[in-house]
Design a protein around this ligand. Sequence first.
Ligand code: ZN
Length: 353
Amino acid sequence: MKGFAMLKIGEVGWVEKDVPACGPMDAIVKPLAVAICTSDVHTVWEGAVGERHNMILGHEGCGEVVEVGSMVKDFKPGDRVLVPAITPDWNSLEAQAGYSMHSGGMLAGWKFSNFKDGVFSEFFHVNDADGNLAHLPSNINVVDACMLSDMVPTGFHGVELADVQFGDTVLVVGIGPVGLMSVAGANLRGASRIIAVGTRPNCVEAAKGYGATDFISYKNGTIEEQVLALTDVKGVDKAIIAGGSVDTFSSVVKCLKPGGKIGNVNYLGSGDVIDIPRVEWGVGMGHKQINGGLMPGGRLRMEKLGALVASGRLDVSPLSTHVFEGWDKLPEALQLMKDKPADLIKPVVKFAD
Ligand SMILES: [Zn+2]
């Protein structure tokens, strides 16, 4: 089979490999569509997960099952499936403790294009198929289905980590595709006001559609100055960080009311230490929580998030701004994510309807 791979840090290309073997609990899936993620860019060009040789890229996609192991109960060849970016080992101690995404070690539930070949391949391997795959609802198209791999579950996990409640004023830092889904999730959770930090016009437009009520730009001063000005110096109840850097935390802690919570789903690719401002953290006693987490995987979660899209309660179609057809377009789509033109939110490559 052919796959599009990271040959080494900074270099990509096509590779030829054997179709992966299917263990008794596993499935082999052929992709119907795949999406490119900023993480793919971090992985290849920044070496964010370290050096990898000839590792097939990609962790966002949907597919059709071609083979299942002897112990798989609920999937069979021909089934169309949602595939989450994170595919934990559900019998691990970490999963039993409630942290499936860390099964086998910190962040080790992230297997595709990290510890094994990813989904930019004619066939890919899914461990623990009954635990990780979900049936693709018939009214979700293959492009929208790709948004359920990572953008929806990660953006929504930020909302969960920030513990957004009815009527909360919520700050969302970063309105790329993950931040947009955090806006949508906060809106579904009943936020009364959603202040979004971001400037790209197409993202601002999409964020309005998802429920953002106020916008601030890092170009107009610090986040905390602008948030405090918008909230009569009260600050926000909750904050979701879906962009920025290690320096963002200091600003966002200053934006929180006492008892406020931060949910971080941003991948911090550089920096050593995160500063927490002493005074605004209530000299250590402000009950301001900082929660950061990798999205959980799992079939139950995928089915529930899929149901939100299938029912029409969540429209993910504005995210897929660039849709390509055919394998030969994959390099172009990845390059597009690297170049990030102003009108880009997500590139998707489809192989079927
Ligand atoms: Zn991703």
